[in-house]
Design a protein around this ligand. Structure first.
Ligand code: DC
Length: 219
């Protein structure tokens, strides 16, 4: 069993940026479990499957195979043999993932893969249920949050940087809707593990958050 750090929290809290830096600092691999749910979402989109039809999603997920590969330490997500990494961050993919990740068969399909990676490697794994469900005995658990205003502003700035003209209010509404869905689903909802350290990154820089986590590892 390798060294395990679990980082959970709502979307846009900065989990992946922070997790990547902590992984580098520790010489561990970064496992982005959201990317796995997103890869399955691409499968559902490409096959014209309605994400609200839970029975159909449960049935079709059997035909999807997700693998993670690391090329120069960078995670690549392979769906049925095809590299789908470039499509993962699209808005429609995130929305589909948020819907379909509430289906037990979808979660079951990924749970074993996630645990297996943590068995074979030192990992920093981020998601929604890592500390509560996937790695309940992780060496360190972090629950990373930020206000929905701050998270929406970060997303807004990201899109402006890409040359897009986003609408702040609709981004914020989208984030709040996703928070609600992620934390109210019946199975493995987004929730702070009892033994997790909560960090609110609203008024913190990336470096400050990383420093706090690195300090916690050493304690
Ligand atoms: O972190 P993210 O935005 O890439 O995640 C996309 C969706 O996947 C998110 O809305 C909830 C789901 N997810 C999950 O249910 N459990 C995880 N461990 C990670 C993500």
């Amino acid at each position: 069993m390798g060294f395990q750090i679990a980082i959970d929290g709502p979307s846009g809290a900065g989990k992946s940026t922070i997790a990547k830096l902590v992984a580098k600092e520790r010489g561990a691999i970064y496992v982005d479990t959201g990317a796995m749910y997103r890869a399955l979402a691409i499968f559902f989109i490409d096959n014209g499957i309605d994400g609200d039809d839970k029975n159909l999603v449960a049935n079709k997920v059997k035909s999807a195979n997700v693998e993670l590969k690391y090329i120069d330490g960078v995670q690549k997500v392979i769906l049925n043999g095809e590299d789908v990494t470039a499509r993962l961050r699209k808005e429609e993919v995130g929305n589909m993932a948020s819907k379909t990740s509430s289906v037990p068969e979808v979660r079951k399909a990924l749970l074993e893969l996630q645990r297996d990676m943590a068995k074979k490697n030192d990992v920093v794994m981020d998601g929604r249920d890592i500390g509560t469900m996937v790695l309940p005995n992780a060496d360190l658990k972090i629950f990373l949050t930020a206000s929905s205003d701050v998270r929406a502003k970060r997303r807004y700035d990201e899109l402006v940087e890409k040359g897009e003209t986003p609408d702040f209010d609709s981004i914020k509404a989208d984030i709040e809707e996703r928070d609600y869905r992620d934390s109210h689903r019946e199975i493995a909802p987004l929730k702070k593990a009892d033994d997790a350290i909560e960090i609110d990154s609203s008024n913190m820089s990336i470096e400050e958050v990383v420093d706090e986590i690195v300090k916690a590892i050493k304690e």
